[in-house]
Design a binder for this molecule. Structure first.
Ligand code: 3HC
Length: 675
């Protein structure tokens, strides 16, 4: 293997360059090379200053995550950063791309930091369930203040170079195209500056009450997570300690977190998300179809949200409706959503106009003739969908990709009404489609490889996390939701309350429980609409017009601010239903709720895998994290099942008489895991 670290001299400046694609992760060879290069600079009397820089698309994007859990090869990152800082010749970090995690910590250990304006700096360790473990919790508060450090380290979102400069994390901005020259000039300028500015030697200044205020403001966001709480504690407890003691506390916190199940879960998700984009049986270099214009049929909530994804990515959209009024309403909503984003300062007014300028509203399906991709987003009825796809087949140009946003229906049947089933697939967006990160890409029996690969690449362009699903009722996500909702309802019949079931789910870490979700989505969704036919409690609620939040009454009562409260009327309806049906009652424990609503999801996930409707267990985890708000610190349902133990899951299912999926039983018997 070639050495990823090389050095060259420019007069009296030693330039240390890392070339470790794809992201210059700080693996053992990089750390060893950096250590060697700094020593070389120190030993060479003709060297007055050094520059550390990276080739390729980015400065060091962090520690090499693939090394976690393996024996650490020397020098470890904490040792390396300390020896960089200890250098008695100035070292300048020359930053482009993303200086993340250990990369940011290397930069912090350098005496000076220069960055191109497009660079971003951050401490995303928290997203992997860990904390910055190479001095980041110590040096960042010292150079940029406690509040900035808390923000960066607990939320994990990188900041642009200018913001980093305003905070003191970056000393100087370079020209976008002249980083190397500017960094060398900077190094020369500071070659004789003494004493060298060493972050670890600066004092930390702390305003009273800052930590408690920060905890309070972010309590909801950090709920359930170990890492943010530990990061705040480390910074708080060490603020008045010398660096050497502070860094020891940081080390202890790092070790505690990295050994924990949350970090394993969050690291699993990091790699799962990246693996999800790889399609089994499709060559990586398959020729993609160009997508220059997208058509969307239906300007309702879904169609509008879907369109926004493309408009925001600079891709023109033709949106079709049947009635002028619906079309106007739909385009009006898109504009309103953009304007709301602009009002929050997350978009410039001219960007709103730019996006809207790419939208062509029309009442004519024929206007879709020049689209490279058409997504149908009308209501869920096979007859209507078939009619649309028959028409599209006649209108669209050869090679255009025809997609349905159906949540449940059979893509093969939809494809079969066209003369080009190879060009048809499902693109299942999640509501609100402009916000939710997940996209289920549904592969029909005849979907061509290049069509699938084009959809996956396009998903990345519109910043979605895409997962390939096979054709089955509800695909991956909604199919697994079904047993959960069915069991939740049965639990109500048998003695639980909506509040209890929802509480168990929220305490587990879900954003809401099954009944809160029903109220949000609409209790009447999928209802047979016959108020005299009461087969379950949902029917009884729907018959009374308790359709959820939109009616201020569902499983809960809602005030004018949509704040829920327990409903005495719902308690009566439940009681009444139980009496009428004579359903035997028993005391329902929280454990039973977990076993019946969550173990059944795992079982369904196993069936999905068994039937080949998901490519891998980690894809199922990605679906639930990004589509339904499954808590990342539990790693998705299949990873979570691994942590519970598959034998325990099987026993729990059997206890309640559920048929156990063969794959799940086999794995449990062999002591295997899903992931
Ligand atoms: N270690 C190992 N591999 C990494 C990596 C890392 N830190 N970061 C990215 N990779 C790999 C990815 O797995 C992917 O591999 P693949 O091609 O085999 O799937 C490849 O690099 C490219 O990554 P992306 O697809 O994510 O590329 P993008 O261009 O979309 O994004 C990025 C680049 C913004 C740098 C993104 O990769 C990223 O956010 N990386 C993680 C950054 C991070 O979390 N750093 C902190 C690490 S922990 C740490 O530093 C601990 C320290 O405090 C002690």
């Amino acid at each position: 293997m070639t050495d990823p670290i090389t050095t060259r001299k420019d007069g009296d400046v030693l330039i240390i360059t890392s070339n470790n694609p794809p992201v210059n992760a700080l693996g053992a060879a990089v750390r060893q090379g950096l250590d060697r290069a700094v020593k070389e600079g120190l030993a060479d009397d003709s060297v007055k200053a050094m520059v550390i820089t990276c080739e390729g698309k980015t400065f060091f994007a962090g520690a090499d995550i693939t090394e976690f859990g393996k024996p650490m090869q020397e020098p470890g990152l904490p040792t390396l950063v300390d020896s960089i800082e200890a250098s008695d010749k100035p070292i300048v970090a020359a930053i482009h791309g993303t200086a993340l995690g250990g990369g940011c910590e290397v930069a912090l250990a350098c005496h000076y930091r220069i960055a191109v304006p497009s660079a971003k700096l951050g401490l995303p360790e928290v997203k992997l369930g860990i904390l910055p473990g190479a001095g980041g919790t110590q040096r960042l508060p010292r150079v940029a203040g406690v509040e900035f450090a808390l923000e960066l380290a607990t939320k994990g979102d990188p900041v642009p170079a200018a913001k980093a400069q305003a905070a003191g994390l970056v000393d100087r901005l370079a020209g976008e195209d002249s980083l190397a020259a500017d960094a060398i000039a900077y190094a020369r300028e500071v070659a004789d500056a003494r004493p060298l500015p060493r972050a670890s030697e600066k004092p930390v200044s702390v305003e009273p009450g800052v930590f408690d205020a920060f905890r309070k403001t972010n309590a909801k966001r950090f709920r359930g997570y170990d890492a943010p709480a530990e990061i705040i504690s480390v910074i708080e407890e060490t603020a008045s300690l010398p660096y050497a003691e502070g860094v020891q506390r940081e080390r202890n916190g790092f070790m505690k977190l990295i050994m924990g199940v949350q970090s394993a879960a969050q690291r699993h998700i990091f790699f799962a998300e990246r693996k999800a984009s790889k399609i089994d049986g499709v060559a990586e270099d398959v020729q993609l179809r160009p997508i220059k214009r997208v058509g969307v049929i239906g300007a309702g909530t879904m169609g509008g949200g879907i369109s926004m994804n493309f408009l925001s990515a600079g891709i023109p959209v033709t949106i079709v409706e049947m009635q002028q009024e619906a079309l106007d309403r739909g385009t009006g909503t898109i504009r309103k959503n953009y304007e709301a984003t602009a009002a929050k300062g997350r978009m410039k007014p001219e960007q709103v106009e730019q996006a809207m300028g790419l939208l062509t509203p029309t009442l004519k399906m024929e206007d879709l003739a020049d689209c490279d991709l058409v997504i149908e987003a009308v209501y869920e009825e096979m007859g209507v969908k078939n009619d649309i796809f028959t028409k599209l087949d006649g209108i669209c140009k050869p090679g255009a990709i025809l997609a349905s946003n159906t949540s449940y229906l059979d893509i093969n049947e939809i494809a079969s009404v066209t003369g080009r089933p190879q060009d048809v697939l499902g693109l299942h967006f999640f509501s609100p489609a402009n916000v939710m990160k997940l996209l289920e890409v549904v592969r029909g029996d005849k979907t061509a490889d290049d069509v699938l690969a084009t959809a996956m690449a396009l998903a990345k362009k519109i910043r979605k996390v895409a997962v390939v699903a096979g054709v089955c009722y509800g695909f991956i996500g909604n199919r697994m939701l079904m047993p959960r909702q069915v069991e939740a309802m049965k639990l109500l019949h048998e003695g639980a309350t909506p509040e209890q079931v929802d509480r168990v789910h929220v305490e587990f870490g879900m954003p809401m429980g099954p009944f809160q979700m029903s109220d949000l989505a609409g209790v009447d969704i999928g209802w047979h609409r016959d108020p005299t036919r009461i087969e379950n409690i949902r029917d009884a609620l729907a018959a009374e017009g308790r359709w959820g939040q939109k009616k201020s009454a569902g499983f809960y009562d809602y005030d004018e601010n949509r704040r829920p409260s327990n409903s005495p009327r719902v308690a009566e309806i439940i009681e009444d239903f139980r009496k009428k049906t004579g359903t035997p009652q028993h005391e329902i424990t929280d454990e039973e709720i977990v076993e019946r609503t969550l173990y059944t999801m795992v079982n369904e996930g196993a069936l999905i895998l068994e039937e080949g409707k998901a490519q891998r267990a980690s894809d199922i985890d990605v679906v639930w994290i990004y589509g339904y708000g499954w808590p990342p610190y539990r790693g998705g349902p299949m990873f979570w099942a691994d942590t519970v133990g598959l034998k325990t899951i099987v026993a729990g299912l059997e206890k309640h008489g559920f048929p156990v999926a063969k794959l799940l039983r086999d794995k449990a018997e062999k002591g295997e895991r899903f992931n």
